[in-house]
Structures are given as C-alpha cells and as structure tokens.
Design a protein around this ligand. Structure first.
Ligand code: ADP
Ligand code: MG
Length: 249
C-alpha cells in the first residue's frame, strides 16, 4: 500500500483535528445545512491540493463532479489570490483553473457513470506533472434524494448509493486520492438518512476509512467543523472562517 497523504485545509485548528490534514485513500463526507460551508471547503481543497507538499498540498489535479451547478471559477480565482498572499508567491489563477476538471452530473445515473470517465482521466493523469489527487462530489446525495421519493424506493436508492460509494473508495485507493463528498442535511433527522450522526449508506465495504464532518454556522463568517466519525482519530471540533480570500483560522 502507498503511504497515506495529507491535504491541508489551510486552517490550523482544522488541520490539527485531522492530524495534519485530510487523508488520501479515504472518503471524507462534509454534511450540514444549506450555507454551512460545504461547497466553500470543496473549492478551497481544489486549490490547496495543487500546492506543493511543503505548502500542504499534494501537487495534484482535481476532478469536481458538480451536481447542483455550484462550482464557481471566480471563487477559485479569489482563493488562489489568497494562497498567493499567504505563501508570498505569485500563483496564476488560470493555471489552477486548468487543473480542475469539472463535470456536471444531470441525474444520479449520470453521476455514477461519470466515475468511469473520472477513472480514465485519473489513469491518464499518471503521466502528468500534476496527477489527479482529489475527487469532489458536490453534492453526493442531492440527485438521489430528488429521484427516489417514498419508502418503496429506499432500498433501490441505498443500493445505488452504495455502488457509487464503492467506486469512490476504489478511486481513492487506486490513485492515492482524497475524496470529498457533500451531503446537505436538515436540522432534524430525515426519512432517508435517519440519525445524522450515523454513517450514510451503512458501512462502506472494504478497508477504506471514512471520515464524517458535521458543519454548522457560527458568528459571522465562522463555521464549526465537528469530526463525528473517524476510524483512527478522536472526535473533535474546530473553528474556521470563510473569508473572501478563502478559508482561514
Ligand atoms: P453549502 O454548505 O450550502 O455548500 P456554501 O459552502 O455554499 O454552503 O457556503 C455559502 C457561504 O459561504 C455564504 O453564505 C457565505 O457566508 C460564504 N461565502 C461564499 N462566497 C464567499 C466569498 N466570496 N467571500 C466570503 N464568503 C463567502
Ligand atoms: Mg453547496
């Protein structure tokens, strides 16, 4: 097995909670209500992963599966400017954008199918200067929720979601990649996911670790990230800020 890599979030508390950053070879689920910062973290990681190791990155490219049309190139540019200021290096936002391969998923079947293209691209990228090291699915669950309504279809939905998670797990192992999936939840337990502190889709088959983080709004631009389910780290909380130049402490 390859050594597990760590991707910095750029926030010291958050990184410390994760003992250095977000792991490769595992799936990390960000869940929380609308506006809690899931998409912002996804954008920030799409920038950070491109940085060299000494700056907390993995010198990698990104695949961004966008199911809700929330990917914003302009936001990436702002965050690259933030990284430039932070590291005192003049990064080119266009270069960063070129390394983010965005695919829109129009429904849940399409979302699952896109994993094949993602695998192909990641395979091809092994020869690139910056191979794919981060795969984002924002949102993992929106299409599934919208398409499978009512009790009778729950088993179908779960089966499909499991298949999708299995493909994501495989991807993370094959390419030593970080996998970020987002999942919007209601303030109270909902019919599909039940208790929001329990892992989605039951236990993921195989050895891939799954980290779950619950995000909630705090004062102003502050967000609280709670690690609720980790295979090897204690539960914990950290506070981040979502600023115009990206995530900070
Ligand atoms: P969700 O969890 O629904 O994906 P988002 O990640 O989209 O939530 O978070 C949206 C929030 O992020 C906004 O309400 C705002 O507080 C913050 N945000 C978005 N863009 C910017 C920006 N350019 N500058 C500062 N804060 C921003
Ligand atoms: Mg979002």
């Amino acid at each position: 097995r390859k050594q597990v890599g760590k991707l910095s979030t750029g926030c010291s508390e958050f990184d410390e909670m994760m003992e250095g950053g977000i792991d490769t070879q595992s799936i990390t689920e960000l869940y929380g209500e609308f506006g809690s910062g899931k998409t912002q973290i996804a954008h920030q990681l799409a920038v950070n992963v491109q940085l060299p190791n000494e700056q907390g990155g993995l010198n990698g490219s990104v695949i961004f599966i966008d199911t809700e049309n929330t990917f914003r190139p302009e936001r990436i540019k702002q965050m690259v400017q933030g990284a430039s200021e932070h590291h005192n290096i003049d990064y080119d936002p266009e270069e960063f954008l070129k390394n983010i391969h965005v695919a829109r998923a129009y429904n849940s079947n399409h979302q699952i199918l896109l994993m094949d293209s993602a695998m192909e691209l990641a395979e091809e990228s092994k020869n690139w200067e910056q191979p794919v090291r981060l795969l984002i699915v924002d949102s993992l669950t929106a299409h599934f929720r919208a398409e499978y309504i009512g009790r009778g279809t729950l088993a179908d939905r779960q089966q499909k979601l499991n298949k999708h998670l299995h493909a994501l797990q495989r991807f993370s192992d094959l390419y030593n990649a970080v996998i970020i999936v987002t999942n919007q939840v209601m303030s109270k337990p909902d019919a599909f996911f039940g208790d929001p502190t329990k892992p989605i889709g039951g236990h993921i088959i195989g050895h891939t670790a799954t980290f779950r983080m619950y995000l909630r709004k705090s004062k102003g631009d502050k967000r609280i990230v709670r690690l609720v389910d980790s295979p090897n780290l204690p539960d914990g909380e950290s506070i981040i800020s979502v600023t115009p130049l990206g995530l900070t402490n």
